[in-house]
Ligand binder design. Structure first.
Ligand code: FES
Length: 145
């Protein structure tokens, strides 16, 4: 019998990519979901050219959350911060080959962890973290047009 999860979800759950911590990360995001109690921590190492050189995560949560974080790290590695901001939970779900409706919020947590880590990065380089909110808002308007 085939379960509710795609092969990709199972693969990223069983063999998560980029799990761990980055000691000299310059952007760290910690988010939690009060509904289920799961927590995700994301570490970014962004170089002087604004490129994500390294990314790692630690997720204390359900399988879908682990698979979402693993996939998210793969999607943003090597990308410029501007591109990283464009990553939506929808893109994570698509890359995973879908998630059951009750597990959509797990992918939202991955998007939020990236957002929080980016804000931390901007704070660390002396810029206003609001840049991230503004960029996200602009993108949303573009998508909804
Ligand atoms: Fe909590 Fe998936 S059930 S993140």
């Amino acid at each position: 019998m085939k379960g509710p999860y795609s092969d990709k979800v199972m693969d990223h759950f069983m063999t998560p990519r980029n799990m761990g911590e980055i000691a000299d990360a310059n952007g760290v995001g910690l988010v939690g979901n009060p509904a289920c109690g799961d927590v995700m921590k994301l570490f970014l190492k962004i170089n002087d050219n604004g490129v994500v050189e390294n990314v790692k995560f630690k997720t204390f949560g359900c399988g879908a959350a682990i698979a979402s974080s693993s996939m998210a790290t793969e999607l943003i590695k090597g990308k410029k911060v501007e591109e990283v901001m464009e990553l939506t939970n929808q893109a994570i779900i698509e890359a995973l080959g879908g998630l059951p409706p009750t597990k959509i919020h797990c992918s939202v947590m991955a998007e939020e962890a990236i957002e929080a880590a980016l804000k931390d990065y901007y704070k660390n380089i002396g810029k206003d973290p609001k840049i991230v909110d503004e960029m996200k808002e602009k993108l949303k308007n573009k998508i909804n047009q």
